[in-house]
Ligand binder design. Structure first.
Ligand SMILES: [Zn+2]
Ligand SMILES: [Zn+2]
Length: 368
């Protein structure tokens, strides 16, 4: 047996004893979890907003389904077909489980992997048991794990499970951030701050950080934002005008506005703000997960020759991000605000859920 954090039904989680996972397929890896964290999507599940996970939990009310899709593990056992890893290796568990062979995996769209045990690449803590446990079964270990280099503290690399690749692939790379650009980041939660850290590695000239919370804005400033704007203090056209003002003299002859606006909130107001911020030829890279439709101002946007991109992370960039952490150009540790032991899991959820008052970004949980 082992201990795990399971989702029983909307509003109910439990840290309790469940069966320890075993190898089911030759491509499986079993890992001892050295560190894990909680994500905004775990909170969505907990609220009952992810019906497929609620349905799975309902099938076994006593156990529930183990939440979590981010972890660092030490490999405990490997299936017969595993060729890249050995028992004892310390690895990052990607939030996306990739078979490596299906149509989508070959296209670097592992988010849509259909050779998997679920309906997409996101199966851990969603369609099968996840990472918030003492032990974890990782399907397709060879293509879903990344070895931790010996000289890097593994806690930093926990952020490479999800937050950093999500913001890098869906924000920075999809938006096409490049050297000398002006970039706006709207929303400075863990993903917005990750977007800032990963965008910085591509050397944009301006990073304009926008959020309602002064302490987040201050943190953004220490992490490399060139400008910060409190969107509670300045609203509507005054807010977009301030961004246009900041960007107006970037390059002679260039229209004001940012090259890339990265949306990291997922509500209509923040997406619509991004629509007002971009310069001709610019891009809106939407990272936030929206629950409602937004107003698409095509009547204004078409003449800007702009792009709008969105998506679910595929985690194809993890090796590149590992290199950036190795060479020191990317340090994900400032996103980590709280540490807990596994038996404090329920408390960690409370702290993470109440981020507005607790100032929590990412919480790290390690074994007792
Ligand atoms: Zn996540
Ligand atoms: Zn696949």
């Amino acid at each position: 047996m082992m201990k795990a954090l399971t989702y029983i039904e909307p509003g109910v989680i439990q840290w309790h004893s469940v069966a320890k996972p075993t190898i089911k397929k030759s491509t499986d890896v079993i890992g001892k979890v050295l560190a894990t964290t909680i994500c905004g999507s775990d909170l969505h599940i907990l609220k009952g907003d992810v019906p497929e996970t609620t349905a799975l939990a309902a099938k076994d009310k006593k156990k529930g389904i183990i939440l979590g899709h981010e972890a660092i593990v030490k490999i405990d056992s490997v299936g017969k077909s595993i060729s890249k890893f050995n028992v004892g290796d310390v690895c990052i568990v990607s939030c996306i489980t990739a078979c490596g062979e299906c149509y989508y995996c070959k296209k670097n769209l592992q988010s849509h992997c259909n050779g998997n045990e679920g309906t997409s690449g996101w199966i851990l803590g969603h369609e099968i048991d996840g990472t918030q446990a003492e032990y974890l079964r990782v399907p397709f270990g060879d293509t879903s794990l990344f070895k931790v280099p010996e000289n890097i503290p593994f806690e930093k690399l926990l952020m490479l499970s999800d937050a950093i690749p999500t913001s890098y692939e869906i924000g920075v790379l999809s938006g096409g951030v490049k050297e000398g650009d002006s970039v706006a980041i709207v929303g400075l939660g863990p993903v917005g701050l990750s977007a800032l850290l990963s965008a910085k590695t591509l050397k944009p000239k301006q990073i304009i950080a926008i959020d309602l919370d002064d302490s987040r804005l201050e943190l953004a400033k220490t992490l490399g934002a060139t400008h910060t704007i409190n969107s509670g203090a300045i609203k509507g056209t005054a807010l977009s005008n301030q961004v246009l003002h900041i960007t107006k003299d970037l390059i002679p002859g260039r229209e004001p506005g940012v090259d890339v606006a990265i949306e990291c909130v997922g509500i209509p107001q923040t997406f619509e703000l991004c629509e007002d911020l971009i310069t001709p030829g610019g891009a809106i890279a939407n990272v936030g997960v929206h629950g409602k439709s937004v107003e698409l101002k095509l009547q204004d946007l078409w003449i800007k020759n702009c792009q709008i991109t969105t998506g679910l992370v595929s985690a194809f960039s993890t090796p590149e991000l590992l290199n950036k952490v190795s060479d020191g150009s990317l340090d994900p540790s400032p996103i980590i605000t709280h540490h807990f032991k596994f038996d404090e899991f329920e408390k960690a959820y409370d702290i993470f859920k109440n981020a507005a008052t607790t100032k929590a970004m990412k919480v790290v949980l390690t074994p007792n």
